[in-house]
Write a protein that binds this ligand. Structure first.
Ligand code: SAM
Length: 289
């Protein structure tokens, strides 16, 4: 990172524009050039790549990403950051700023419209109040090849959690269905301005060419996953009956379907892996035949 764009300089620009950062928007800005360099290295960005950044903030990561890629599309919700970004990113030609709610953006369409590219990676220090829905939204964009994201530590643990562990849940299953997640390194809260209440981690999600397991009905797969984790204290048959997925399916119907899928109906949803959920989809579709 050039001296021109040091964290100190960026802090100065933020102060000059006397912008009050909003906790409600997850505005904890990264103030450590070393971490920025580690994120860019982890993204394995190449000069021909197109990158999407969610929440450029004051632009510290945006500038470094622009130096590593062909083009950066940066989507920010808070329009008040425009003068800051204009000053920090002055002279950089390969960045397009878009002021929108990232949760409502069709990234495939946006990136193609701006750059012509069909494939892109996402590199971002995510706003923490919407981390999980944002990750799910991004995983459903077909042009995303991979992501390197800063998330709160607790989310990083949920991303990589294995069946049966405390952090394993519907979010872990959904993410692991689409990609291979990996926790790269921890980031202490002290490197942000202002300091958040939690520590963070940088994770890499490599999108699978094909989902991890073959599922004939994705909608049913995700409905079953939500149903299985909806009431964690209940046995699986009870939880699924309570989720009212199919009209008229009682606990004993579910016990039968689960048995046909090779799953013990008395177990809890949190021990099921992707394979078991896929088997359950098949058993539901074949029932009662
Ligand atoms: N990238 C900067 C950095 O690393 O210092 C800022 C990261 S800060 C954790 C998160 C950023 O996301 C903020 O700039 C915030 O305004 C922005 N943001 C919050 N909600 C958003 C949304 N729904 N869509 C796009 N950006 C959002």
């Amino acid at each position: 990172m050039s001296e021109q764009l040091s964290p100190g300089k960026i802090k100065g620009i933020l102060e000059k524009h006397s912008l009050r950062l909003r906790k409600s928007l997850g505005q904890n800005f990264l103030m450590d050039g070393n971490i920025v360099r580690k994120i860019i290295a982890a993204s394995r960005s190449l000069p021909g790549d197109t990158a999407v950044e969610i929440g450029p903030g004051a632009g510290i990561l945006t500038a470094a990403l622009a130096a590593a890629c062909n083009h950066v599309v940066a989507v920010e919700l808070d329009r008040r950051l425009l003068p800051v970004l204009e000053e920090v990113l002055a002279g950089l030609q390969n960045i397009t700023l878009v002021f929108k709610d990232a949760l409502k953006v069709n990234f495939d369409g946006l990136v193609e419209e701006i750059t012509g590219a069909k494939d892109y990676k996402v590199v971002a220090n995510l706003p923490y109040y919407i981390t999980s829905p944002l990750i799910m939204h991004l995983l459903r964009q077909s042009g995303v090849t991979g992501m390197v994201l800063m998330v709160q530590l607790e989310v990083a643990s949920r991303l990589v959690a294995r069946p049966g562990s405390r952090d394993y849940g519907a979010f872990s299953v959904a993410v692991q269905y689409y990609c291979r997640p990996e926790v790269l390194f921890r980031v202490p809260r002290t490197v942000f301005f202002p300091q958040p209440d939690v520590d963070s981690a940088v994770v890499r999600l490599v999108k699978r060419q094909e989902p991890e397991v073959r599922v004939d009905d994705e909608e049913l797969f995700f409905t079953l996953v939500r149903g299985a984790f909806g009431q964690r204290r209940k046995t699986l048959a009870n939880a699924l009956a309570g989720a009212k997925i199919f009209p008229g399916w009682t606990r004993s119907t579910w016990e039968e379907v689960l048995k046909r899928a090779g799953i013990d109906p008395r177990c809890r949803g949190e021990i099921l892996g992707l394979e078991e959920f896929a088997a359950l989809v098949r058993a539901c579709r074949q029932f009662p035949g």
